[in-house]
Design a protein around this ligand. Structure first.
Ligand code: NAD
Ligand code: DAU
Length: 361
C-alpha cells in the first residue's frame, strides 16, 4: 500500500525534522504538510523538499474543517502525524487562548475530519493517526521520584501542558469510542537543527553568537531529559509503522541534565567550535553572559522518561549520545545563521522584551 502521509506543523521544529527524515527514508510515500505558519513556523526549514516536489505544502489552520476535509480528500490521506501545536510554555502563561484553540480545538477538528474521511473509505484497517504529545502532561517529578511512564497519572501544571493533556484524552477517546486508528506518544525535551530561537538551547546558542545575556530561570537547577530530534523522528516512524492501536509510547533520551549544567556545556562547546570556524565571539568566555532571572511561574522541577515500552515492543533506542547531539547542534547553529537570523523579527523582539523585561540589562 502506498502511504499518503499528512504531517501537521511540518514547518516547525520536530515536524520539520520528521519531514526530512520521512522523505529520505520513504521516498515512495506521498508527503503533504499542513502548517499555519505561525511565528514558530518557517517554510525555509522544508523549502528544498517543497521545491523538488518531495513535499506538497499547504498553508492553513488545522482548525479549519473545510480546508482539512478538502485536503484529506484531494490527497487521499491514509496516515497523519499530528504535530501542529502551540508549543512554548512561557507563551502559554502570557497568552493561553491560542493553546486552547490550536492544541484542543484544532486536534478535535483534525480527529473529526479524519474520522469522516476514514469512514467514507470503509474504515481501512491500515490507516493511522499518530498524535504527538509531551511528557509535560505528567506534571513534575521530585529529585528521587521514578521517571514518567505510560501508566503515570496525568497532572499537567501549565496552560500548555493542560492543553496537550486535553488533546491526548481526545485522541484516545476517539480510538476507544469510534475505533479510529489512533496512536499516542509522549516525548521528553528535544533539541537539534531548526529549533525556534525562543527555546532554551537555541536561545543560549544565538545569544552567545550575538554577545547577548543568557537568561537562566531561578537557580538553574530544574532538570530536563534531552533527546536529539532525529532520535525522536525515528521513534515516531516506528510507532506509526508498527505501534499498537490505542497504545501510548513514552519516548526519552535517558539524559537528565540541569539547566545550568546544560548552559555551561553549550557555552564551552561554542567557545571551542567558533574559533575552529574562524569566528570571533563578541564575549569570551561565553559563561560570562549567564544571568539568573525571575523563575517561570509554576516551573516544573524535573522531567524524566522511562522508555522501556518502546524499546521492548518496538525495538527503539536513542542512537545519538548527548555529547554528540550537542556538538552537532552547536555546529548547525554556527553554520546556519541564514536560517535563524531572519527569525529575530519584530514579533520575536517584542516577545523577548516582554518575557525578560528589564532583567537582561
Ligand atoms: P514548534 O512550535 O516548533 O512548531 C509548531 C508548528 O505548528 C509550527 O510550524 C506552527 O506554524 C504550526 N502550527 C501552530 N498552530 C497551528 C495551527 N493552528 N494549524 C496548523 N499549524 C499550526 O513545535 P515543536 O517544538 O516542533 O513541537 C511539535 C509537537 O511536538 C507539538 O505537538 C509539541 O507539543 C510536541 N512535543 C515537543 C517537544 C519539544 O521538546 N519541542 C517534546 C515533546 C513533544
Ligand atoms: O518536555 C517536553 C517539552 O519541552 C515540550 O513539550 C515543549 O514543547 C518544549 O518547549 C519543552 O518545554 P520546556 O519548557 O522544558 O522547554 P524550554 O526550552 O522552554 O525550557 C527548558 C528549561 O529551561 C526549562 O526548565 C525552563 C528553562 N529556561 C527556559 C528559557 C526559555 C530558562 O532557564 N531560561 C529561558 O530563557
Amino acid at each position: 500500500m502506498t502511504r499518503h502521509l499528512l504531517i501537521t506543523g511540518g514547518a516547525g521544529f520536530i515536524a520539520g525534522n520528521l519531514v526530512h527524515h520521512w522523505a529520505a527514508a520513504h521516498p515512495h510515500d506521498k508527503l503533504v504538510v499542513l502548517d499555519a505558519l505561525t511565528y514558530a513556523g518557517n517554510r525555509a526549514t522544508i523549502e528544498p523538499l517543497i521545491a523538488n516536489g518531495a513535499v506538497h505544502f499547504v498553508e492553513g489552520d488545522i482548525g479549519n474543517r473545510a480546508l482539512v476535509d478538502a485536503l484529506l480528500a484531494e490527497h487521499a490521506i491514509t496516515h497523519i502525524a499530528h504535530l501542529a501545536a502551540e508549543s512554548h510554555v512561557d507563551r502559554s502563561i502570557s497568552g493561553p487562548g491560542a493553546f486552547l484553540s490550536t492544541n484542543v480545538n484544532g486536534t478535535f477538528t483534525l480527529l473529526e475530519a479524519f474520522r469522516a474521511h476514514w469512514l467514507a473509505a470503509g474504515s481501512p484497517a491500515a490507516w493511522r493517526f499518530l498524535h504527538v504529545s509531551t511528557d509535560e502532561v505528567f506534571g513534575s517529578l521530585g529529585p528521587s521520584d521514578p521517571p514518567f511512564c505510560e501508566t503515570t497519572a496525568y497532572a499537567p501544571r501549565s496552560p500548555y501542558a493542560a492543553s496537550k493533556a486535553a488533546s491526548d484524552h481526545l485522541a484516545l477517546a476517539w480510538q476507544h469510542t469510534y475505533g479510529l486508528p489512533v496512536l499516542l506518544s509522549n516525548c521528553s525535551n528535544n533539541y537539534g537543527p531548526f529549533h525556534f530561537p525562543e527555546k532554551l538551547i537555541p536561545l543560549t546558542l544565538i545569544n552567545i553568537l550575538l554577545g547577548r545575556p543568557i537568561p537562566v530561570y531561578g537557580d538553574g537547577s530544574n532538570v530536563r531529559d534531552w533527546l536529539f530530534v532525529e532520535d525522536h523522528c525515528r521513534a515516531l516512524e516506528r510507532i506509526l509503522l508498527s505501534g499498537e492501536l490505542g497504545r501510548t509510547y513514552c519516548i526519552g533520551g535517558n539524559n537528565e541534565v540541569s539547566n545550568l549544567d546544560l548552559v555551561h556545556q553549550l557555552c564551552d562547546l561554542v567557545d571551542e567550535q567558533a574559533p575552529e570556524q574562524g569566528m570571533a565571539l563578541p564575549v569570551s568566555p561565553s559563561r560570562k553572559l549567564i544571568r539568573f532571572v525571575a523563575d517561570r511561574p509554576g516551573h516544573d522541577r524535573r522531567y524524566a522518561i522511562d522508555a522501556s515500552r518502546i524499546r521492548d515492543e518496538l525495538g527503539w533506542e536513542p542512537q545519538v549520545t548527548v555529547a554528540e547531539g550537542l556538538r552537532r547542534t552547536v555546529a548547525w547553529y554556527l553554520a546556519n545563521r541564514s536560517w535563524w537570523e531572519p527569525l529575530l523579527s519584530a514579533e520575536y523582539g517584542t516577545y523577548l522584551a516582554g518575557q525578560y523585561a528589564g532583567q537582561l540589562g
